[in-house]
Design a protein around this ligand. Structure first.
Ligand code: C5P
Length: 211
């Protein structure tokens, strides 16, 4: 299943791309670029136009009270899931979970992830197994890590893997390794024809999952 990472600034462009690719994707993820460019109201607008669940990728990493204050506004704005960092500790993560569904980062997809976050991934997986978020974020650029995280993670917790396409990760390899959702941004919204790019990816994913 494909999650569109809609990292553009402009409201019109975001709405157009979302509508164009709607039938090929399962969820839309908005991050700071779109929220800063178009305002928080874009979450509800996208949700109403597409009917899809919305993920707010704010990677919240603050003290419990601040996490709670931010999350309250973001859930009120229509987000179905908020992405949060686990490294700030259980209390900060729980503060958000009390308000709605979360997806917790256990490892990131960029090269710098090896510096700090990968070495503590086991601890983050342990927190995830204890608090049972809807899902976790694992690096689509490192299928061997996705496989490891799948093995260590409680069944039922979904794995989302960004890093597919522009960052070099392969959709098929991430799915084979145990990802439930692949998160794809530039490969779709940066394509000359986003609808075609989404359709191609959809077919690739479907061929794999039915084969
Ligand atoms: O354009 P691209 O497909 O690389 O976009 C990936 C999206 O996933 C971006 O919104 C990025 O912030 C996000 N992300 C990531 N790695 C993580 C968590 C989120 O690339 N570990």
């Amino acid at each position: 299943m494909i999650v569109l990472a809609l990292d553009v600034y402009e409201r019109e462009r975001a709405l157009r791309i979302a509508e164009d690719v709607r039938e090929y994707i399962s969820m839309i993820k908005v991050n700071w670029p779109l929220i800063l460019g178009s305002g928080i109201g874009i979450i509800r607008e996208l949700k109403e136009r597409t009917g899809l669940p919305m993920i707010a990728d704010l990677k919240l990493a603050d003290i419990p009270n601040t996490n709670r204050l931010v999350a309250k506004k973001v859930f009120e704005a229509g987000a179905d899931y908020i992405i949060v960092h686990g490294f700030v500790g259980r209390d900060s993560v729980r503060a958000i979970m009390e308000l709605g569904e979360i997806i917790m980062v256990v490892e990131m997809s960029h090269p710098g992830a090896e510096e700090f976050i990968q070495p503590v991934a086991d601890k983050l997986i342990e927190i995830a197994n204890e608090i049972e978020p809807f899902g976790v974020i694992a690096p689509g650029t490192r299928p061997e890590r996705v496989r490891y995280i799948r093995k260590m993670l409680k069944k039922g917790i979904k794995i989302f893997t960004p890093g597919i396409g522009a960052q070099g990760g392969s959709a098929r390899k991430a799915l084979e390794a145990g990802a439930d959702y692949i998160i794809v941004g530039r490969r779709i919204y940066g394509a000359e024809d986003p609808r075609r790019a989404a359709e191609e990816l959809y077919k690739e994913v479907r061929a794999w999952s039915s084969g």
